[in-house]
Write a protein that binds this ligand. Sequence first.
Ligand SMILES: Cc1cc2nc3c(=O)[nH]c(=O)nc-3n(C[C@H](O)[C@H](O)[C@H](O)COP(=O)(O)OP(=O)(O)OC[C@H]3O[C@@H](n4cnc5c(N)ncnc54)[C@H](O)[C@@H]3O)c2cc1C
Ligand code: FES
Length: 277
Amino acid sequence: MEMKNIYTPEIADITRIEKMTEIETLYDVKLPGGRDLGHVPGQFVQVSLFGVGEAPISICSSPMAKGLFQMVVRRVGNVTEAIHRLSPGDKVGIRGPFGKGFCTEELEGKDIVFVAAGLGLPPLRSLINTLIDQKNRKKFGRVIILYGAKTQAEFLFNDERASWQSRADVEYHVTVDRATDGWSGHVGVITTLIPDLNLDLGKTVAAICGPPVVYKFAILALHSKGVRDEQIYVSLERRMKCGVGKCGHCQINNIYVCQEGPVFNYGRIRDLKEAIR
Ligand SMILES: Cc1cc2nc3c(=O)[nH]c(=O)nc-3n(C[C@H](O)[C@H](O)[C@H](O)COP(=O)(O)OP(=O)(O)OC[C@H]3O[C@@H](n4cnc5c(N)ncnc54)[C@H](O)[C@@H]3O)c2cc1C
Ligand code: FES
C-alpha cells in the first residue's frame, strides 16, 4: 500500500465562496473525486497556496456533510489574503485533517453548552451541526448555543443561526459587545449570557472557542454556575507550522497543541500557565 506523506498537500478545488463579513469568507472545498475529508468536529487542516505559504484553518462543516468540507477564513496576513483572492474553480493545497477534536460518543446523553465568540463559531459549528443533525439529535440532551460578536457587522452564518433560533430542540442566545443601528437584542460580552442559564449540572458539558480573552472569563462564569473543569472543553489556537508534532511551534510546555489539541479537556490543562491567558 502506498504511504501517504503528511507533508504533501492534496490539491483540492474551491467550489463555492460566500463573503460573510468584511474580513471573513466561507469556502466550500472539494477533495479529488469528492472524497470525504474524514474529520471529526474540532480538527483543522493546513491550507496552502503555492509560492505564498500555509495556514492552519478549522474545518467548520459537519463530517455528515458529504462530498465537500467548509472553512471560514479571516483575512489577516499573507496566506489568508491570498486565499481571499481566490475564485470558485481555483485550487488550494490541503493537508490533514490534523489534531484531536471532540469525541461525540462521549457527549451522548449530555447537555452541551457552546460558548462561541467571534471566529470561535466556525470550529464549534462543525460539532453543533453534527449534534443537531436529525439522524443524531435524539442521542444528545439540550443543545445550548451562546454566540457573541463585537457588533452585528461581525456576525457569521446568519441564515444558519436563524434556523437554529427557530428550532424547538436548540436553545440559542446571541449578544453583541456594542449595539449598533437596528440591534434590539442582548448587549454585553458573551459571558453575560451564562448567569441566566438553568443547567442540570449532572449532565452538562461546555465547549468554548473564541479570542484568548474569552476563555478565562467564560471558565469563571461556568464555575460560578457549578460547572467543573472536567466538564469544560476548550479549543485553543497556537502558532503552527508543521501541524504534525515535529516543529515545536505550537508547544505549551510538553504539549503539542497541533497533536494533542486543539480541543482539550480543561481539567487536563488547567495547570499549564500559558494555555489560558
Ligand atoms: C488550530 C487553528 C485553527 C485555526 N482556524 C482558523 C479558522 O478557522 N479561520 C481563520 O481565519 N483562522 C484560523 N486560524 C488562524 C490562522 O491560522 C492564522 O490567522 C493564519 O495562519 C495567519 O496566516 P497569514 O499568513 O494570513 O498571516 P501572517 O502574515 O502570518 O500574519 C498576519 C497577522 O496574523 C497574526 N497571526 C498569524 N498566525 C496567527 C495565529 N495562529 N493566531 C493568531 N494570530 C496569528 C500575526 O501575528 C500577524 O499579526 C487557526 C489557527 C490555528 C492554530
Ligand atoms: S505545529 Fe509543528 S509541532 Fe505543532
